[in-house]
Ligand binder design. Structure first.
Ligand code: FA5
Length: 343
């Protein structure tokens, strides 16, 4: 540093004024910016020299170098704006550039068809006074089986091959695992729906996945009827499918309901004539249901002499297939954007 630091500061300022003015493109300007304001830049070096000055000089020196820094920053910003504008003008004058062509549209994400239908169902049930609950996919053997009247020796366990985890836990095989949780957490009478992923260790085909979605409906009251259960399911199907669908009801066995029913839907893929989705049957199992078994009410802490209930376990993945005409369930969670973009 010379005896007159004012001259040094002025010289650095004048040099960068000239360099900024003569930078003819953005890259050159960036180099000037680094040379002035970068970690090893000349203006930065001037700032660092403040410690070498006498105490009385430091204040005016700091003000002068700070002012220089601000001036250089402003000059660089102004030059960058004018170079960018010149570049844009040059592009617009280019005969091959057509500013009337549409731009490149940004790709936007959207809800998965399973989420769309799940939300619609939840809206329908909320409007009928149901609470919407959410339970974990990892659950206990007790909630998934024992509380549902399926002890370890029961042959019904074979109906749902299970992914077992350590410590008596498992990946829930059905949303019915939430039934006794709901009975313990809500005050009877109540009505609730809870949806989500369930897992089964089984071979896949056009209508079977190892990971698929169900929606459970549960109503507990002092007096419930099969008529009300069937009416709720009809409301559900017509709200989602928005058209007349042919269904059939037949007896079905589940240890946690008595009586139990299977509600099948006529296959919407083949119109009932038989295909790989319905295994040539013309019908697809969609909505098993029934009146809650007294043992399940007891496991949920409810007295079966006072309380009754009905429950259903909707195959949400299959309902989505029927709604949108998806001919293979494996497409739903396959992650192929060409499939997902259609919704
Ligand atoms: C159950 O899971 C019972 N928890 C349903 C229930 C709830 C009955 C409440 C009574 C009262 P099931 O295993 O049948 O039942 O499955 C229910 C529905 O899930 C079936 O009707 C079908 O639509 C669907 N589903 C079953 N297995 C698969 C699979 N591997 N892939 C896709 N969907 C399936």
């Amino acid at each position: 540093m010379t005896a007159s630091w004012q001259a040094d500061v002025a010289a650095v300022g004048a040099r960068f004024d000239a360099e900024i003015a003569s930078a003819t493109d953005l890259d050159a300007l960036r180099q000037v910016e680094v040379a002035a304001l970068g970690r090893k830049g000349d203006v930065t070096a001037l700032m660092k020299q403040i410690g070498t000055l006498a105490a009385t000089e430091r204040k005016p020196y700091g003000a002068a170098v700070g002012g220089l820094r601000g001036r250089v920053e402003a000059a660089i910003a102004a030059r960058r704006d004018s170079l960018t504008a010149a570049l844009r003008d040059a592009e617009l004058e280019d005969a091959t550039f057509d500013e009337t062509l549409p731009g490149i549209a940004r790709r936007r994400g959207h809800l998965h068809p399973l989420s769309i239908v799940q939300r619609q169902l939840e809206d329908v049930f909320t409007s009928m006074g149901f609470s919407v609950l959410d339970y974990p996919e990892v659950d206990s053997e007790f909630n998934n089986f024992e509380a549902l009247n399926i002890p370890s020796w029961h042959p019904a366990r074979d109906m749902q091959d299970t992914f077992w985890l350590a410590g008596g836990h498992l990946l829930r095989t059905h949303t019915s695992a939430g039934q006794v949780r709901a009975m313990h957490s809500l005050q009877a009478p109540f009505r609730a729906v809870f949806a989500g992923k369930v897992y089964r260790y089984e071979a896949t085909d056009a209508s079977h996945e190892h990971t698929f979605h169900q929606v459970e409906g549960l109503m507990i009251d002092r007096h419930v009827t099969v008529g009300h259960l069937l009416d709720s399911m009809r409301t559900l199907l017509s709200a989602i499918l928005e058209r007349e669908v042919t269904v059939r009801l037949r007896p079905g066995y589940f240890p946690f309901v008595e009586p139990g029913f299977e509600l099948d839907i006529q296959c919407e893929i083949c119109g009932g004539s038989g295909c790989s989705v319905c295994k040539q049957q013309g019908w697809l199992e969609l909505l098993p249901c029934g009146l809650v078994h007294p043992n399940v009410l007891r496991a949920g802490g409810l007295d079966p002499n006072e309380w009754q209930g009905w429950a259903f376990g909707l195959g949400l993945s299959r309902l989505v297939m029927m709604r949108y005409g998806v001919a293979d369930i494996r497409l739903l969670l396959g992650g192929d954007p060409r499939f997902l973009e259609q919704f």
